[in-house]
Design a protein around this ligand. Sequence first.
Ligand SMILES: *Cc1c(COP(=O)(O)O)cnc(C)c1O
Length: 422
Amino acid sequence: MNHFAYRDGRLFAEDVDLLALAEGVGTPAYVYSSATLERHYRVFAEAFPRSALIAFSVKANGNLAVLKTLARLGAGADVVSGGELKKALAAGISASRVVFSGVGKTKAEMRAALEAGIHQFNVESEPELDALSEVAVSLGKSAPVTIRINPDVDAKTHAKITTGTAETKFGIPWERARAAYALAAKLPGLSIVGVDMHIGSQITELLPFEQAFGRLAEMITLLRADGHAIARADLGGGLGVPYRASNEPPPDPAAYGALATKLAKEQGVDLILEPGRLIAANAGILLARVTYVKEGAAKKFLILDAGMNDLMRPALYDAYHEIVPVSEPAPDAPRAHYDVVGPVCETTDIFASDRELPCLNSGDVVAFMTAGAYGAVMASAYNARPPAPEVLVKGAAWSIVRPRLSDDALLELDRIPDWLAD
Ligand SMILES: *Cc1c(COP(=O)(O)O)cnc(C)c1O
């Protein structure tokens, strides 16, 4: 459910006419809907006991205005860098509601998080335990830790976003978990608070979660028998969203919440959830304008002013996004098959192959749907293209929450060393 719909022949974001917005802000541009963000957060949070910490995965959408929208509803944050920690705190999320994940936390990042007083570190390796212990002792603090355990289940998602099998770089292998906890218990400056997992992203079935929660329950029993105080279970994120209108919808948060709540009750643990995509994906679109319609030797190309530098998901993992014209086509409008591409000089700068769409012309504006997660955060300035700006809509109001850098501003980021100065 989202708040992007046609009204009188125009696509709207809540009460904002997106064609008018595209004229005002220029294209390409990301547009987020506050009402959709809020709705997704509430539906998700309501699926869990009140004591659960819903830590929004900042890497899915780190815009400060988006974070602040969620913070006001009580969201915590799951961060994977010192920069994300700073953003979460700047958005008004209390450090006590921040969890820190990721395989490569540096000592400087650990120090910042310890000084801020975060809820917990989700540790992903033995050397990281050593490093965190050292930093905590040097600050005279105790670091609350969980260890990310790899339950070795197949999340049945795209290979490039699966994280819970034995082959990935994430988490500690199942067989080494007890030894890692024993190490954590021995090291000074660490305080074991629970267990952690995250098996992947865009998971569209409940079964992998059910299997993983089952394995986690087994591990909690073993770890408690070993004498560790396991009071929390961080279940990660990963619940999928419908990218294709035609696909079967992913499990609803209530069903997922019921599974997790059962685990929490049976094991007597407080839950932590780290949803990213589920909250943000359907709350955002990317607007782009058709620059040219090019007749190739064998294909028709729709060349847009958005490129893979703005929205990398299709190039990175063959992701599918619905593409819809902002001016609603008549039901009997002629249709054509297009390769929808960007202007970047890379063969992978292609958003969709052989996509059937209503016939479009140069100057028409289209929207990539479900682009609110892993969209703007992955943007780059490749080809010296300033990334698309971000706009947040609330009712009939809208605001640019990250401006487009000018070509000059981009140029000024580079520096000339003395030996090249004229
Ligand atoms: C990316 C990530 C998430 C969020 O995943 P979604 O699929 O967006 O819900 C949560 N936890 C960790 C550790 C992650 O790396």
